[in-house]
Write a protein that binds this ligand. Structure first.
Ligand SMILES: Cc1cc2nc3c(=O)[nH]c(=O)nc-3n(C[C@H](O)[C@H](O)[C@H](O)COP(=O)(O)OP(=O)(O)OC[C@H]3O[C@@H](n4cnc5c(N)ncnc54)[C@H](O)[C@@H]3O)c2cc1C
Length: 407
């Protein structure tokens, strides 16, 4: 396979001035290169890492949650909530499934529309590399780019493989999450160099950390998981599992909430709906007065969590002894437990970067810069961030498709 894999050899002279250079061999970069090369454009993909698409490899617990059947613009965070609509409408989850099927790859739905690859993540990477090679595109790994400029209508790149130039330059270098596998701020710096503004970036889909007493209490519950509904200060709600960790709170519900959270803000955790707590405890007071309050709650929550809640409230007694004020206190604790995270685990473990290249300065149809013709931004480097559950890869495919059809 000459065009793909760990191609660390020299770039042939005839390839030094291709039509298109794609920076970043992740999901978005590889997919845009395929689309562009299929249109007959000569395409070179460059990545500074030694392996392509590392995030596909580690995604979805090794099975790549490659899309979500419930893809809808409302599942993406952006300063301009309309920006993603066009690209998402023109390349849907079913379009990606069709590409996979052509390689005999199959999938299964886990939950909430999340699709996983039966043949595991490396099979997705291989199908992208095979399609790139079949379309005539070329991938070079271990290449660093030291400068980019534009003269005479072409982009000029100084790289560790020498001077390269191209007509269209696609930036697919992703966000800042997980620096250890190649993430860099390169895309943002390059965008700024060409006059773009950056919507402030922050880690998203990342566990919360706590300090002091809460940290100690959550650490003591480490490993306990339970379904909750979490609400952020902007009233966004997610009903999924929550996991206690040594450092704080994680699990899908908390990862989702983290993308909407700003430092200093509270999150509110609902273990049980308020009406249910109130009516069940009032009923129990009449019908089963000798039942212990802890025995009632342990029917709904894990034992260790139940014990922690009663250590805090001190209401361990028989249901019959609960006053109306006690029921109010328990209702609040179980349906709207407000806590203030100290921070998040940061880019070290974040699945995504929220924020990025300002969409006001990009065409929503083609992802081309409105400030510099021929320059495109796709995937995570753009200020479009999906929810947990395959939405981020769907954005990578859709934005890459939009750019690859024109670049
Ligand atoms: C642990 C983990 C699990 C995830 N699981 C899922 C999931 O199951 N489903 C889902 O939808 N999303 C998931 N995501 C998010 C998803 O992986 C990203 O949103 C997606 O990979 C973004 O694609 P991209 O091509 O824009 O960027 P990336 O995949 O980050 O690719 C960027 C590429 O650019 C290269 N690069 C960076 N800087 C430079 C530079 N200066 N020069 C040259 N090359 C450079 C990098 O080496 C990398 O190969 C997960 C993320 C993580 C971290």
């Amino acid at each position: 396979m000459s065009a793909v894999g760990s191609n660390s050899g020299e770039i042939l002279p005839k390839r030094l001035n291709p039509d298109v250079i794609v920076l970043g061999a992740g999901a978005a970069g590889l997919f845009s290169a395929i689309e562009s090369a299929r249109r007959g454009r000569s395409v070179l993909v460059l990545d500074h890492a030694s392996k392509p698409a590392e995030k596909i490899r580690i995604s979805g617990g090794g099975r790549c949650n490659f899309t979500n059947l419930e893809t809808h613009p409302s599942r993406f965070i952006s300063q301009n909530p309309h920006f993603a609509k066009s690209a998402l409408a023109r390349f849907t989850p079913w379009d990606f499934i069709e590409r996979m099927s052509a390689h005999n790859l199959t999938w299964h739905e886990k939950t909430l529309g999340q699709l996983f690859c039966d043949q595991k993540s490396p099979a997705i990477i291989q199908f992208l590399l095979d399609d790139l090679e079949a379309a005539g595109g070329e991938l070079h790994l271990g290449v660093s780019v030291s400068s980019v400029s534009k003269t005479d209508g072409r982009f000029q790149l100084e790289t560790s493989k020498g001077h390269l130039s191209c007509q269209s330059l696609i930036i697919a270098t992703g966000g800042l999450s997980i620096p250890k596998i190649g993430a860099s701020g390169f895309g943002y710096d390059l965008a700024k160099q060409f006059g773009h503004s950056i919507v402030e970036t922050r880690p998203g889909l990342v566990p919360f950390t706590f300090s002091g007493d809460l940290k100690d209490r959550f650490a003591a519950l480490s490993g306990v998981a339970t379904p909750v509904t979490v609400t952020t200060e902007d009233k966004t709600r997610f009903s999924e599992a929550m996991l206690f960790t040594h450092r704080g709170l994680s699990g899908p519900a908390m990862l989702q909430a983290s993308s909407y959270w700003q430092p200093g803000e509270d999150i509110s955790i609902e273990y049980l709906p308020a009406e249910r707590v109130r009516s069940e405890l009032s009923d129990a007071r009449d019908k089963t007065p000798k039942k212990r309050v802890t025995d009632w709650l342990v029917e709904y929550l894990p034992g260790r969590l139940t014990a922690d809640i009663f250590d805090e409230t001190g209401l361990r007694n028989l249901v019959a002894t609960l006053s109306n004020a006690d029921i109010d206190q328990l209702t609040k604790r179980l349906s709207a437990h407000s806590v203030t995270p100290t921070a998040t685990e940061g880019y070290r473990t974040a699945e995504v970067t929220v924020g990025g290249v300002n969409t006001d300065e990009l065409s929503s149809k083609t992802m081309e810069s409105k400030l510099c013709p021929g320059l495109y931004f796709i995937g995570e480097v753009v200020d479009v961030t999906g929810w947990l559950g395959g939405y981020n890869f769907q954005w990578a495919w859709a934005s890459a498709h939009a750019a690859g059809k024109i670049a």
